[in-house]
Design a protein around this ligand. Structure first.
Ligand SMILES: NC(=O)c1ccc[n+]([C@@H]2O[C@H](COP(=O)([O-])OP(=O)(O)OC[C@H]3O[C@@H](n4cnc5c(N)ncnc54)[C@H](OP(=O)(O)O)[C@@H]3O)[C@@H](O)[C@H]2O)c1
Length: 323
């Protein structure tokens, strides 16, 4: 899977299970896809990974062998973390950082915590998001609501992406420098030769970023304009970061859910029940967190390194215009 950098204690032999790497650890690279589970787990950051869609993503990534660090505002959920750790085989593969994605000071703390604990970064899932506290018609909606929703849904993930990407590049370059010092040159992604035609396994990206947006990125709801604007912004941010980070070997995707059963939609269950019954989407049911998690897992698998900036809809086909 993720092969491009891995910080490891000096003297490590590929394939061995490793303790946490310290800041002075040396770096190994080039793990073949089928060996990654035998070494240090790939590391995922999932904002809002404690509830709803984010919790579905956390569970799925743990099942797939990732170590997952959650950022969320609530007090550390001891019972949930114990359950997740038990499900993960008792491994130290779950961390929780209490903070807000809207607070830029929390970003470095969150990213550093994972690097200090696990020594690598592979995946950022910008999932945390909020609906407006009150749904208000555009003519009545407040600037306070706009600032809150944009701060959490767009400004926060935009700058968390910046912090994450900078750290990935730093780790990648440190890995390359260490290898060069050891006489083993690691090419930057853009310097890699084109793969031979017969090569079948794709070269995994250095890291992956997945932004959870919404069907609201392109679908108007006049009673929550702030939310729609924030998600349209996430769609553009995905393309911006995809272009900027491609030369760094980092791919960026947007996962665009439709109607998913979580706390966020709990207050409007009846409305969506009726809409679904009336054919809201070709796949005629509520979406579930596991549906979104499945899409994230595919994009996080490292199998699509020649695709970036893509939108992956998880909406039962709701986005397809039907006459
Ligand atoms: N449910 C849907 O139908 C649907 C559809 C399309 C898109 N989405 C998007 O999917 C994402 C997840 O939504 P959901 O339905 O799972 O919502 P949810 O059940 O309300 O969960 C929201 C998550 O975000 C976290 N969060 C909220 N504010 C935060 C902040 N300032 N900093 C860090 N974490 C914060 C929450 O944790 P704490 O409470 O602990 O902070 C929680 O884990 C959101 O981006 C949402 O816009 C949802």
């Amino acid at each position: 899977m993720y092969e491009s950098y891995r910080i490891q204690p000096a003297g490590h032999k590929a394939g061995k299970r490793l303790p946490n790497a310290g800041p002075d650890a040396t770096i190994d690279t080039g793990t073949p896809h089928h060996h990654w589970k035998a070494t240090m787990p790939p590391v995922a950051l999932v904002t809002g990974g404690n509830r709803g869609i984010g919790l579905g993503i956390t569970r799925r990534l743990l099942t797939d062998g990732f170590a997952v660090s959650i950022l969320a505002t609530r007090e550390e959920p001891a019972d949930l973390l114990a359950e997740l750790r038990a499900d993960a085989g008792g491994d130290d593969r779950v961390r929780y950082v209490r903070g807000s994605v809207a607070d830029l000071h929390d970003h470095a703390r969150y990213v550093d915590d994972a690097v200090d604990a696990w020594g690598r970064l592979d995946l950022l899932v910008n999932n945390a998001g909020v609906a407006p506290t009150v749904r208000s018609d555009l003519l009545d909606a407040t600037a306070e609501s706009f600032d809150r929703v944009l701060g959490i849904n767009l400004r926060g993930p935009y700058f968390l992406t910046q912090t994450f990407a900078r750290r990935v590049v730093e780790l990648r370059d440190k890995a390359a420098a260490n290898r060069a010092e050891a006489g083993d040159v690691v090419p930057r992604p853009e310097d890699r030769p084109a793969p031979a035609q017969e090569e079948s396994a794709p070269t995994a990206p250095v890291a992956t970023i997945v932004n959870v947006s919404s069907i609201s990125a392109t679908t108007v709801s006049t009673n929550r304009g702030d939310y729609c604007v924030s998600k349209a912004g996430v769609a553009m941010a995905t393309q911006l970061w995809a272009v900027r980070l491609a030369p760094e070997g980092i791919v960026v995707y947007e996962v665009r859910p439709g109607v998913i059963a979580t706390d966020m939609t709990a207050g409007v269950t009846q409305k969506y029940d009726e809409m679904i019954e009336n054919g809201l989407a070709p796949v005629n049911r509520w979406g579930r967190p596991a549906d979104v998690a499945g899409a994230v897992a595919i994009l996080a698998s490292g199998q699509t390194p020649y695709s970036t900036g893509e939108v992956f809809h998880v909406d039962g086909g709701m986005h397809i215009p039907v006459l």
